[in-house]
Write a protein that binds this ligand. Structure first.
Ligand SMILES: NC(=O)c1ccc[n+]([C@@H]2O[C@H](COP(=O)([O-])OP(=O)(O)OC[C@H]3O[C@@H](n4cnc5c(N)ncnc54)[C@H](OP(=O)(O)O)[C@@H]3O)[C@@H](O)[C@H]2O)c1
Length: 342
């Protein structure tokens, strides 16, 4: 089955195309600019290409026709997700994206759940480093349960070299960030109190800020959580906010930067506290095996039916994490270390 990659010209899109090829799937390269599509790396030059903007629904549907799944890597997703996901659903293709933007996930759940169910396809936004990994880790930690009194998600990066797409997305998305408190989605309180988080080595203890991403919306979609707190280490945020911080540079044969990450999750259910973390290299590169694992499972039927769903709702979370660790080496998962002091 063909997998159409929209935004195949971008930094993340290229990792996704490489990962599809590595897994023997057939990528179709798509994007808004024929010139940019003509300038893809020579290893992608033999692949089918479709230049189409998101403004014309009819043209988008024609571009998507024949694909079994669409992976959207073109952000800001506030501009691309709804029209592309609608075209995918109307063409009978599954849809996944890598958005970290909360309002995008809310809009896809709201507008496309019923049409996707009717079409028998799945819409799975935020199948990525931000959003999806935390959702999968929390789901796996609850081990078949669907409720937790408290969940902390702490993302730690030794550096953040942001892409142009990340910077544009941050400027475009001015929506108030949401958290879960009292079992409901509510605005993040600002200013947040200073906090520290005890990350696994080598990051160790770090100042952190409350920084909720799309995991809040995906987790609220399928799990009953009393309070969800999301953190990012302050050093990573300072890199992002510094206009002089360069874009990521390739330092290995896979094109990955030297950046190291950890997603650390602690969940309390009654008196029982459990902890799991996933660590690895390069938040953009790791997004490719995450979203392609989702696409592969949608195509071969290892998912839980049609409709708009969170990653841990659409897929067997523990099995996805195990596959990412075992088959792709993308992450290392460790569970039940000493509880962190948040
Ligand atoms: N959740 C996560 O963990 C995660 C991980 C990776 C990336 N992301 C997000 O993914 C997005 C892309 O990141 P990136 O690193 O690949 O950035 P990038 O290298 O700057 O690429 C951006 C891509 O989006 C396309 N694009 C942007 N606006 C568009 C529009 N209005 N219509 C059609 N295409 C559009 C660009 O097309 P042109 O080439 O024609 O300009 C390009 O293909 C960003 O929003 C980033 O935050 C999220």
């Amino acid at each position: 089955m063909n997998v159409l990659v929209y935004g195949a010209t971008g930094h993340t899109g290229r990792f996704v195309v490489d990962e599809l090829l590595r897994r023997g799937l057939v990528p179709v390269l798509a994007g808004r600019s024929a010139d940019r599509l003509a300038a893809v790396p020579s290893r992608h030059a033999g692949l089918d290409r479709r230049a189409v903007g998101v403004e014309d629904a009819g043209l988008l549907r024609r571009a998507v026709a024949g694909a079994g799944a669409v992976i959207n890597c073109a952000g800001p997703f506030l501009d691309t997700a709804l029209p592309l996901a609608r075209a995918a659903v109307e063409s009978g293709a599954h849809y996944l994206d890598v958005t970290a933007e909360q309002p995008v996930v809310q809009a896809l759940y709201r507008d496309l759940d019923a049409p996707a169910r009717a079409a028998g396809v799945a819409v799975v936004p935020a199948m990525a480093f931000y959003g999806g990994l935390a959702d999968l880790l929390v789901t796996a930690l609850l081990d078949g349960g669907s409720r937790a009194d408290e969940v902390d998600v702490a993302i730690g990066l030794d550096r953040w070299w942001p892409t142009a797409g990340t910077r544009a997305t941050g400027e475009r998305n001015t929506a108030t960030r949401l958290v879960i408190r009292g079992g409901a989605l509510v605005p993040l309180e600002t200013p947040a109190r200073p906090a520290t988080w005890s990350y696994p080595a080598p990051l160790g203890g770090q100042p952190v800020v409350r920084m909720p991403f799309s995991e809040v919306i995906t987790i609220a979609r399928h799990l009953d959580v009393g309070e969800l707190r999301s953190y990012l280490n302050t050093a990573a945020l300072e890199d992002l906010r510094d206009a002089a911080t360069p874009a990521p540079a390739a330092t290995d044969e896979h094109g990955r930067s030297a950046q190291r990450f950890v997603v650390d999750v602690v969940a309390r259910v009654g008196t029982r506290t459990r902890r799991v973390s996933a660590s690895g290299r390069d938040i953009y590169a790791v997004t490719a095996p995450v979203v392609v694992e989702g696409a592969a499972r949608l195509l071969d039927g290892r998912h839980r039916g049609g409709g708009a769903a969170a990653p841990g709702q659409a897929f067997d979370a523990a099995d996805v994490l195990a596959a990412l660790q075992r088959d792709t080496g993308a992450i290392v998962v460790r569970s039940d270390r000493e509880p962190a002091v948040g």
